[in-house]
Design a protein around this ligand. Structure first.
Ligand code: HEC
Length: 99
């Protein structure tokens, strides 16, 4: 029983850490920053207040689904064909955080 709790605590620590690990940042830099860090693209800008209302209105799961399918001028998978759905979710959590 105690073991199980320790394991759960460890997993929580690991998954929180995974949100902005180097791999996530690298994927963001390569595949997403070309639009999400260029305001002329009309994409919601990474790390800005653009995201708060979108996240609030749609929720994370819808954002992930829309990123997979594409939305408006946003290409399917954000052009990241090597990304898994979990990778996309991690990137979205990373870039929707205002800095
Ligand atoms: C070619 C430009 C482009 C690239 C590359 C791109 N995006 Fe986007 N993205 C957009 C645009 C434009 C929108 C706004 C779409 C709209 O609402 O019409 C958008 C919107 C989004 C949204 C919000 C969808 C919604 O439902 O409001 C998410 C989430 C997102 N992008 C994630 C990503 C991720 C993750 C990557 C990298 C893997 C990425 N994007 C790469 C242009 C891009």
């Amino acid at each position: 029983m105690i073991r199980k709790h320790l394991f759960t605590a460890l997993m929580l620590t690991l998954s929180t850490h995974a949100l902005s690990d180097d791999y996530t940042q690298e994927l963001y830099d390569i595949y997403c920053s070309g639009c999400h860090a260029v305001s002329a693209s009309n994409a919601p800008q990474a790390f800005s207040a653009d995201w708060a209302p979108i996240v609030q209105r749609k929720g994370l799961n819808t954002l992930v689904t829309n990123a997979v399918r594409g939305a408006g001028n946003m290409p399917p998978m954000g052009t990241c064909s090597e990304c898994t759905i979990d990778d996309l979710r991690d990137i979205i959590l990373y870039m929707t955080e205002a800095k």
